[in-house]
Design a protein around this ligand. Structure first.
Ligand SMILES: CC(C)(COP(=O)(O)OP(=O)(O)OC[C@H]1O[C@@H](n2cnc3c(N)ncnc32)[C@H](O)[C@@H]1OP(=O)(O)O)[C@@H](O)C(=O)NCCC(=O)NCCS
Length: 153
């Protein structure tokens, strides 16, 4: 099960993140995370009823970490060819349902300032709770702030 999820996640990961920002995780990082009992993933296909028979069928994924009554959205990604068709929205809905089912009361996330993902997060009622100046230093065009959002589930 972990291997299947890992292959599907890496299929999306390799296409979804702009290398200019160094945000993508490598296979080992994801594999190690999935081994932890408090780390969970959601993987979906291009359409709500799409079967996931092989890694290439994955259109997007979310990776979450649960601690006490809090959950952190570690990564959310959709392959470029499947964007703006509601896949990200579907992932976020499922991630929030799963988090609530695990007993979480809050969902936190952190993103690079200026990431258009903010539009999606705000649509779901996430509110900005913090900013870390110059937190992302891997960016080709200089340090970028990290912005933290939270939502009560
Ligand atoms: C952010 C991301 C997951 C969104 O996935 P998606 O499947 O395109 O999102 P959806 O189609 O569900 O979008 C839902 C709504 O969010 C908003 N939205 C999503 N992407 C947007 C963009 N690039 N610009 C403006 N609004 C955007 C829109 O309101 C959109 O609704 P609409 O298409 O009806 O206007 C995707 O762009 C992605 O994988 N980005 C790269 C990885 C990343 O930066 N992840 C977030 C940080 S971990």
């Amino acid at each position: 099960m972990i291997d299947e999820s890992l292959d599907a996640i890496m299929h999306v990961m390799e296409q979804a993140f702009d290398p200019a920002y160094g945000e993508a995780w490598n296979r080992r990082q994801v594999g190690d995370a999935l081994m932890l009992p408090n780390t969970h993933c959601v993987v979906v296909g291009a359409e709500p009823a799409s079967p996931l028979r092989e890694p290439g069928d994955a259109a997007g994924f979310a990776l979450l970490r649960h601690a006490a009554d809090e959950e952190e959205l570690l990564l959310l990604a959709v392959s470029p060819q499947h964007r703006r068709r509601g896949v990200g929205r579907r992932l976020l809905v499922q991630a929030m349902l799963d988090a609530r089912a695990r007993g979480s009361a809050y969902l936190f996330l952190e993103m690079r300032d200026g990431n258009p993902a903010e539009f999606l997060y705000r649509e779901f009622g996430f509110e900005q709770i913090g900013r870390r100046p110059g937190y992302y230093r891997g960016a080709a065009d200089g340090p970028i702030d990290a912005v933290t959002f939270a939502k009560r589930l």
